[in-house]
Design a protein. Sequence first.
Length: 226
Amino acid sequence: MSISINSLSRSKKERAAYIHQRLEELFPETPIPLDHKDPYTLLIAVLLSAQCTDIRVNKITPKLFKKADTPKKMIKLKVKEIEDIIRPCGLSPRKSKAIWELSNILINEHDSEVPADIHELEKLPGVGHKTASVVMSQAFGEPMFPIDTHIHRLAQIWGLTSGKNVTQTEKDLKRLFPKDSWNKLHLQIIFYGREYCQARGCDGLRCEMCQIMYPKRKKAKAYKKT
């Protein structure tokens, strides 16, 4: 049922319902931003995306995957070779070491397969909770709500969380939105943040969503960074 803008209350639940409805209208389709062909290449792409844009990652991964698109092929490369290829993604010394090491672990402990288990993923070098959540969501279809900088910021600006940390933001959003919407909604919020509510483009006063939910807001909304 359509939610009337004029009937929006100050409750988090109704704001969440409106956000969900509007994002469905704006982004009915949510293609995965990082190019990949299987769980392993997705895992590597997500790892590379830390402090790097998806666009840049998608320019680099074809070069890397041409040489090594499986764990067994990856460990045949020297860490320095991997580093030279992924350098444009930033943090290349750390990321290249993590890629080689996690590939070796996948071979020795998981029969060269990416485990469909978030706890096992989080044990891998260079793989934190957010990266593991993205892989579980996008490679295996498990309901997850990975929190990136866009989501952490927008959840605060939209009054859905206190934003003490990304762990709290994740818990708050999971309580507010239906579980079967998490995977899609995670991408929808990211897409909205990139297109309409960038950190430098909206301070809680300018984009459509902020203006509709907070028409009386006069001062920029401060938020806690990740």
